[in-house]
Ligand binder design. Structure first.
Ligand code: ZN
Length: 324
């Protein structure tokens, strides 16, 4: 491979050739190379990492240690710049400053919202971008309008004497909901409480309480992970009139509410929507784009068609060679 050639592939996470070799959001962490973890959502955390070193933010490290239950050390970024991804607490994009600049986004969101500062684009020669909502039909309503809709729905139910459960991921969306609805002193499911303790300060923690069936005063607001929506806990309260809603970008699909079996589904997301993905690509003005996660084929095709920029989906175990 020539000095100015770069090999990129989807294998152990997103892999880049170079000295040292870089792995972004790897499934396993080894001893040779640099291993960069963008954030602590479970689908981005390595499975085997005991005693190994990774490049990540302090908040990601705390959450990763708690979720994986093992010791992990922070590695030196070694020329890799960590940039705010605006997705969840501690989420990071990585900018590799070699012969050519390579930006890896991980999950990211460019919108400022409820204590989270949105991700800013960086000029890059090669952009590796997530494609979770990489199709034109995934466009979210304005953030402020959505916050108003969620608050009104919760307030209306509580004022009518009905308790409410909101389903959201324990890391990220749940803390945004606490900031949005803190005046109601929400009760937090154990997993939400755990993540909130790890990433928030005393001000946010003072706005919420740990849930236990004995200590709640009805009507109440509860924030819990989507996985508990069919649990005995929720069944118990639904019999007593509880209203339940999910907070997720997938709610722009009208069928999502029925699929999830909830009363309401609110399209409030911590990812970029389709238009924001496209605007981010244009602002980074790369020579070549690689898409991964979600609608990677569709997003790459839209980027080629709209901007005439070379764009490819990353396909597992296929490597691309870039000559500069
Ligand atoms: Zn994520």
């Amino acid at each position: 491979m020539g000095r100015d050639a770069l090999e990129i592939g989807l294998g152990n996470g997103v892999e880049f050739s170079g000295e040292p070799r870089c792995y972004f959001d790897p499934a396993a962490v080894g001893n040779a190379g640099i291993y960069c973890v963008s954030h602590a959502h479970e689908d981005h955390l390595p499975k085997s990492v005991q005693g190994k070193k990774v490049v990540c933010s302090d908040a990601t490290l705390r959450c990763a240690i708690s979720r994986l239950g093992c010791e992990i050390e922070i590695d030196e970024p070694n020329g890799i710049e960590m940039k705010n991804a605006g997705h969840v607490a501690g989420s990071t994009m990585f900018l590799v400053n070699g012969d050519r600049k390579v930006l890896y986004t991980g999950d990211f969101c460019p919108r400022n919202r409820l204590g989270i500062v949105g991700a800013a684009p960086s000029k890059a020669d090669v952009l590796v971008i997530e494609a979770t909502y990489g199709m034109p039909r995934y466009v979210f309503p304005p953030t402020d309008a959505m916050i108003g809709v969620i608050k009104d729905w919760v307030d209306d139910n509580i004022s009518q004497g009905q308790s409410v459960a909101l389903f959201a991921y324990p890391l990220g969306k749940s803390q945004e909901l606490i900031r949005m609805l803190g005046s109601l002193t929400p009760y937090l499911h154990g997993s939400v409480m755990n993540m909130t303790r790890l990433v928030e300060g005393t001000e946010t923690l003072s706005k919420c309480l740990p849930y236990s069936r004995e200590n709640v005063k009805e009507p109440f607001l509860m924030i819990c992970p989507p996985s508990v929506r069919n649990s005995n806990l929720i069944r118990h309260w639904k019999k007593k009139g509880m209203r339940i809603a999910i907070v997720s970008g997938w709610s722009v699909e009208s069928s999502f509410k029925y699929k999830m079996g909830v009363d309401e589904a609110f399209p409030f997301s911590d990812h970029a929507d389709f238009e924001e993905l496209m605007a981010f690509v244009r602002a980074c003005s790369p020579s070549v784009v690689f898409t991964h996660h979600g609608f990677s084929v569709e997003l790459a095709s839209e980027i080629r068609r709209s901007f005439g920029i070379e764009a490819h989906p990353l396909i597992r175990n296929q490597k691309s060679l870039l000559e500069f």
